[in-house]
Design a protein around this ligand. Structure first.
Ligand code: AMP
Ligand code: MG
Length: 537
């Protein structure tokens, strides 16, 4: 056989090696007991076609940068060609969905290939999303459509470049098959182009992998999975002298997951990302953003916003609720791990590390966004709280506001009101709303801000540089992703590539690409895909 483009990958499939496999090999929908996964084969498709690849991911995996041009590559990353060394399987997991225990869920449309050992990034599990049915597909088809696959591909990479912990994406490919979806859940299903994303992460283990064993009182497998996870991914928590894992190790590991989750959510709040479906089956045990479905980015700063139409009435997963939901989800994980610890207090203490960490990191993150040096929680906190109140007082673009704030003059002794406001006028969706009391509120806040900056004596030039390193100029605005999807559905993938390119340096000014920093245009205010998304993908 001719050399295949992925032949050079070095596989070490520890998950399938260490954990129990489903003894039944039939690929039909069912409850799977006593097993962490079921072996499955990706489906072959009509006419695979590459849409885009991530150069950084090719590099990270040690692949040739031009590999994407080959026919064999697209066949491999769309599941059409078995990859030497891989051992494809779907994971069994459960989860709490929208606050309720949902029982077995599992990889209904994800197929793991195994783990590649990379030189720079250690173990990287590769996974197809949309490559066909598995025993966990329940009533669905195991497939994914182009629109949701482009969104997953672009956002995974955008998050990485923004410094937000995330699963990654190597490629997105059309399958050549059509997939039926009722996008608006209004009884008007239509055929859409099918696609497969090849994604990557140290592992795709979720809180729900532990919950399913705990719910079935399968403590032996719960322990096996926890031991595997700790020894493979958190070995630094183990004492080299003691080979067996003690209850305290489970607690330490849980505290580490709590810490990683807190840090991830602080990043989400920093960049204005709303996950949309923070169910426990969508929570990575590595504290990585995982499962890009009906996610969205805040355009105007609105703490109550969620893009997910399925959650429109309760808004359980709205922007401002993400921190509390993180704690709620961790509590579910703590409950699942309880049989390994058998003591409440240590787990409660570990859970509190989430709250402590978040309460420490979030204000500091906000202070960094404001460019405040020597942040003092007691005296500076009101500057943050009052700002967040002003931001909701009129529709104000979050991303443009923080970039603009960096340009506010805090050095000149006298500046006019108009001069003070001008750097972020662009952030207002309805300019007339910046009038009367609201305008006075801003001017008052800006004077306090100037005094605070002057107090620690940093120069505007310096402040601007540090603020622009934490306040991105470019994020994957919902309407931008939709424009790229509109083109892709017509067979033009250029905009996907352009957006990916700009988002590689989201903190750089990149003046030729200013149009990708523009606030949401009026046409996108209520267009599906731009401000409202369903789980139908
Ligand atoms: P999500 O909240 O979108 O991450 O998915 C929740 C559950 O539904 C997971 O178990 C998915 O694998 C499953 N699922 C979502 N879409 C499909 C699909 N098209 N076919 C099979 N399973 C699916
Ligand atoms: Mg999911």
């Amino acid at each position: 056989m001719a050399a295949q483009p992925l032949d050079d990958l070095v596989w070490d499939n520890s998950f399938t090696r260490a954990l129990p496999a489903d003894p039944i090999s039939a690929n039909r929908v069912r409850q799977v007991f006593d097993a962490a996964y079921s072996r499955v084969t990706p489906a072959t498709t009509e006419a695979p076609e590459l849409v885009a690849t991530s150069a950084e991911m090719l590099d990270l995996l040690g692949l040739d940068p031009n590999v994407g041009a080959s026919e064999a590559f697209v066949r491999a990353v769309s599941g059409n060609e078995p990859i030497e060394g891989s051992d494809p399987y779907a994971m069994c997991y459960g989860g709490h969905q929208f606050g309720n225990w949902a029982g077995q869920l599992g990889d209904g449309r994800a197929i793991n290939l195994g783990e590649v050992v990379t030189k720079r990034s250690g173990r990287q599990a590769l996974q197809f999303k949309g490559a066909g049915p598995t025993p966990y597909s329940r009533g669905a088809d195991g497939l994914a459509v182009l629109r949701s696959s482009v969104r997953e591909f672009l956002c995974s990479e955008a998050m990485h470049h923004l410094g937000v912990p995330s699963t990654r994406a190597l490629s997105v490919a059309l399958t050549g098959d059509k997939v039926m979806r009722d996008m608006f859940y209004d009884g008007r299903p239509a055929l859409e182009p099918g696609a497969v994303v090849c994604r990557s992460a140290p592992s795709f283990i979720r809180f729900g992998n532990f919950e399913i064993f705990a719910s079935r009182k399968d403590i032996a497998n719960l322990r096996r999975l926890a031991d595997y996870t700790i020894t493979t991914y958190f070995p630094e928590l183990l004492d080299a002298e003691h080979l067996t894992i003690a209850p305290a190790n489970y607690v330490d590991w849980f505290a580490e997951v709590a810490r990683l989750s807190a840090d991830m959510i602080v990043h989400w709040q920093r960049v204005g990302f709303v996950h949309g479906v923070m169910n426990t089956d969508n929570m990575s045990i590595h504290g990585l953003t995982i499962d890009y479905g009906p996610y969205g980015w805040l355009d105007n700063y609105d703490p109550n916003w969620t893009p997910n139409t399925t959650d429109a009435s309760r808004k359980r997963y709205r922007f401002s609720a993400q921190p509390q939901i993180g704690a709620w989800n961790l509590e579910r994980l703590a409950n699942a791990l309880f049989p390994l610890v058998n003591e409440v207090d240590p787990l409660t203490d570990a859970l509190n590390t989430y709250v402590t960490r978040f309460n420490e990191k979030w204000p500091q993150m906000m202070a960094d966004k404001l460019g405040i040096v020597g942040f003092a929680p007691v005296t500076d906190r009101s500057l943050i709280d009052d700002l967040l109140e002003l931001l909701v007082g009129a529709e104000t673009d979050m991303t443009l506001f923080f970039r603009g704030l960096a340009d506010v003059d805090t050095e000149s002794a006298t500046v006019t009101d108009d001069e003070l406001l001008s750097p972020f006028l662009e952030a207002f969706y309805v300019r007339e709303q910046l009038s009367g009391d609201h305008r006075d509120g801003w001017l008052n806040w800006l004077q306090r801000y100037r005094q605070r900056i002057a107090y620690s004596g940093q120069a505007d030039l310096q402040r601007r540089a540090t603020m622009n390193a934490v306040n991105p100029k470019y994020v994957l605005r919902n309407y931008l992703a939709q424009l790229a999807i509109d083109d892709a559905e017509k067979g033009n993938f250029e905009l996907i590539k352009q957006i990916l390119e700009v988002l590689r340096k989201p903190y750089d000014d990149q003046p030729p690409h200013n149009r990708f920093a523009a606030k949401r245009p009026d046409w996108a205010r209520s267009r599906p895909g731009c401000s409202m998304l369903s789980c139908s993908s």
